[in-house]
Design a protein around this ligand. Structure first.
Ligand code: HEM
Length: 126
């Protein structure tokens, strides 16, 4: 679920390049993830097409775009994986590299990362 805040204006969504920009960011992210030996094993049994679709939808939603995240709850999804802080940071790095490759302005990158950081407590195991 979106973490509670409604993002009424779509400025960030536009800065990310709208639907096509977000799709390209997620595809770039998946490319980075495929090389990420810290976290890749956790995705061994994942339906990547579904993950791709839900992640695109979630980024559209949290950036103020015209989508409503319809995937599984973040806490439930990640609970049994015992995700570490280092793994969380690795995934964030993969996303940053994907945004860099798309020339997303640093300010927009940071605004998106801040909204995703709000999910930290639901994703990282303690
Ligand atoms: C900002 C951080 C993160 C966000 C926004 C995020 C978001 C998501 C989303 C949207 C899904 C799809 C849920 C669904 O299928 O309905 C998902 C699934 C998944 N996430 Fe994350 N995630 C994050 C961090 C991580 C980290 C750090 C790991 C592992 C190190 C991880 C591992 C997984 C795996 C393995 C799945 C697939 C679960 C399955 O196969 O059903 N995620 N995540």
């Amino acid at each position: 679920a979106c973490t509670g805040t409604r993002h009424d204006d779509a400025v960030l969504y536009r800065e990310l390049g709208g639907q096509s920009g977000i799709t390209a960011i997620v595809d770039g992210f998946l490319y980075e993830l495929a090389e990420d030996t810290d976290v890749l094993p956790l995705f061994a049994n994942t339906d990547i097409d579904r993950f791709r679709e839900k992640f695109i939808e979630q980024l559209c939603d949290v950036s103020g775009g015209p989508c409503e995240y319809s995937g599984d709850n973040m806490r439930e999804t990640h609970r049994d994986m015992q995700v570490t802080r280092a793994q969380f940071n690795s995934v964030v790095e993969d996303l940053i590299r994907a945004m860099e490759r798309r020339d997303v302005p640093v300010g927009a990158q940071n605004r998106l990362l801040k909204r995703l950081a709000a999910m930290y407590g639901d994703i990282v195991y303690r």
